[in-house]
Design a protein around this ligand. Structure first.
Ligand code: PMT
Length: 414
């Protein structure tokens, strides 16, 4: 089938190439039409590579074969899907406005099947004007997919996420493409990953946050972990229906979800006790906590007095390694995923941890990556598998990184 993929300017545009790839692998011809804002999130080169065709961005591009190319495209295409579809493009379609290549094409395509995959902030999605536009478009036969709920790029949580490319592809296949001539099947080792965890993963243990190792009644040794990465993992898993055992060190974060069972701990030893007790009842564990490797040998139950000018010596003893211990407890049926926070020789060190701690996957965080690691809302990771797999994400929100980790480590191939 000949499919036009429209892409507008939302953060979810980084996932659009995957949709194009899924459509191509299923044997369809794809041409992409993008808005100028979409090009802030995805490059024409990526789209040209995955679609195998030039990308259409300008109404009056001098490289166009002729200035009414959007009209030629409308004759070429048999189905159009806009993913992500912003409030802006939805508003233009509903109002009959055509001021760029994509909006003009959409107006001329209304007599053929159009699917929209909205993506926007929850308040925008719930805005009466947007809902009126959606209702109107549905009433004239445009298919509007329901946005998913979860953490949004703006840091809030709620409805407004673009459905995953696999879900859009599944809907299109079910509703339109299954009758169309299918082409070559995807190679087995290259098949797309589903975004729904394997049903065997009913209960997953997640560790999050820092640990505090007490020196005395008012001081501790800690680190800068905020818990955001671990909480994002818990949220993503719970949103997919998985029961989550969240063991967290001290954090200001709150989380309220019927599938999330939270255990608050303070020290590495408390985290060790909670995690080793819960692991046998879980089918997988993701250890994102930043656990202190050492603790003071002695903890004073009062505030230590200032010592003389010669200074003060604190003797540290080693904490148990929770991840390594779970690696020794792990059964054939369990999946163990660790994190590695590195500052140099990142890949080498992460590979060593993967093997030494008997892990299935390790998620590498490099502190040399701007916008990644402690405290911030974004992250960029490389996921290494014991099977030799290696997948690097771009800089994404921690919610999106969590989504990628769950997809790569716990979701079967579609
Ligand atoms: O909480 P945020 O502010 O969102 O920050 C997220 C993060 C940077 C903390 C997170 O993405 C991350 O990288 N977590 C791992 C931090 C870490 O302690 O890495 P490590 O390389 O020292 O430890 C390797 C692995 O062993 C980790 O899975 C860790 O949880 C585990 N470990 C370490 C020591 C120990 N005694 N027990 C453990 O289980």
């Amino acid at each position: 089938m000949k499919i036009l993929v429209g892409i507008t300017g939302g953060i979810a545009a980084y996932k659009s190439p995957l949709l194009v790839r899924l459509l191509r692998k299923a044997g369809h011809e794809v041409r992409c039409v993008v808005t100028q804002h979409a090009l802030q999130f995805v490059t024409p080169l990526t789209l040209e590579t995955v679609s195998g065709n030039k990308v259409y961005a300008d109404l009056f591009d001098s490289h166009n074969d002729h200035t009414t190319e959007h009209i030629a495209l409308k004759d070429w295409g048999e189905l159009m899907v806009v993913a992500p579809a912003t409030a802006n493009i939805i508003g233009k379609m509903a109002s009959g406005i055509g001021d760029d290549a994509l909006s003009t094409l959409l107006l001329s395509f209304m007599h053929k099947p159009i699917y929209l995959a909205p993506a926007m902030n929850t308040q925008m999605w719930e805005c009466p004007a947007v809902q009126r536009n959606i209702e109107y478009l549905r009433s004239i036969g445009v298919h509007v997919l329901e946005p998913a709920s979860g953490e949004l790029a703006c840091g809030t949580s709620g409805a407004g996420r673009m459905p995953e490319p696999e879900e859009i592809f599944a809907t299109l296949t079910r509703e339109v493409l299954s009758g169309a001539k299918m082409g070559v099947q995807a190679e087995s080792d290259n098949t797309p990953l589903s975004s729904i965890p394997n049903p065997q993963f009913q209960r997953v243990l997640v560790t999050a946050g820092p640990t505090y190792e007490r020196i005395d009644s008012v001081r501790f040794i800690g680190n800068y972990s905020s818990g955001k990465m671990g909480f994002a993992l818990a949220q993503v898993l719970a949103d997919k229906g998985v029961e989550v055992e969240l063991v967290t060190g001290p954090t200001a974060l709150e989380i309220d979800h019927p599938h999330i069972h939270r255990t608050d701990v303070e020290s590495a030893r408390e985290m060790f006790d909670a995690a080793t007790a819960l692991f046998p009842s879980c089918q997988a564990a993701i250890l994102s906590a930043a656990v202190a490797d050492y603790r003071p040998e002695h903890t004073a139950d009062h505030k230590l007095k200032k010592q003389g000018a010669e200074g003060m010596t604190l003797t540290l003893v080693q904490n148990p390694d929770i991840l390594a211990t779970l690696g020794t407890m792990k059964t054939e049926q369990q999946t163990l995923i660790g994190f590695a926070l590195e500052t140099d020789n990142e890949l080498d060190n992460a590979q060593k941890k993967l093997k030494k701690k008997n892990l299935d996957y390790i998620v590498l965080n490099s502190l040399r990556d701007a916008g990644a690691g402690f405290g911030v809302d974004t992250n960029r990771v490389t996921i290494l598998g014991r099977d030799g797999s290696n997948y690097a994400t771009p800089l994404l929100t921690k919610g999106q990184v969590a989504e990628e980790i769950v997809k790569h480590c716990l979701c079967p191939k579609a």
